[in-house]
Write a protein that binds this ligand. Structure first.
Ligand SMILES: [Zn+2]
Length: 175
């Protein structure tokens, strides 16, 4: 029996093999082989969301929160947390965003960070909301790449067991 790890050409297969045996060979499109090993480690990453905290607390309550410039003559509305207006520099106030929007643009990811590897390929969409001047980048689920188009109506879904992370929200095609 050979001690050589099994070889795969799809990273998803490599990932599966790593979970079983801890080692695999990834063979790329040009035939180059890379030995990949799994070395688990754990850290506690303690950090503060500071001024952005209401955004993540809102996700846990099934609310999408954006920011609106406090200066009446400006009033720019952001689809993300923003402490100060990038147009005029004034402070912002929190607002509730619609939970329905449209696809402004999207990409399909065939690789991702560890949190998303099991979902690959997955879709990321820039969401535009009516009356909002900037976009929100989130995952678009329950559809495949060929289903997606610019202007597609989509709606938010929220993680029932929140992790206080941007992964607590994703969008799906509107029903
Ligand atoms: Zn402003």
């Amino acid at each position: 029996m050979s001690a050589r790890p099994r070889a795969f050409s799809k990273f998803r297969e490599v990932q599966s093999e790593l979970e079983q045996s801890g080692a695999a060979i990834f063979r790329d499109g040009e035939g180059v082989e890379s030995l990949i090993v799994r070395s688990p480690y754990a850290i506690n990453y303690i950090h503060s969301y500071a001024e952005d905290s209401p955004f993540f607390l809102g996700l846990a309550d099934g609310r999408l929160r954006g920011s609106k410039c406090r200066r009446p003559k400006c009033g720019f509305v952001y689809g993300t947390p923003r402490g100060h207006c990038m147009v005029c520099g004034a402070p912002t106030d929190w607002i509730d965003l619609p939970t329905k929007g449209r696809v402004h643009s999207w990409t399909t990811c065939h690789f991702g960070s560890e949190a998303f590897l099991k979902e690959t390929p997955y879709n990321l969409a820039l969401v535009e909301f009516a009356g909002v001047g900037s976009l929100l980048l989130v995952r678009l689920r329950d559809c495949v790449e060929s289903d997606i188009y610019v202007g597609m109506p989509i709606e938010a879904r929220f993680e029932p067991n929140p992790k206080y992370s941007i992964t607590d929200v994703w969008f799906v095609p509107a029903r």
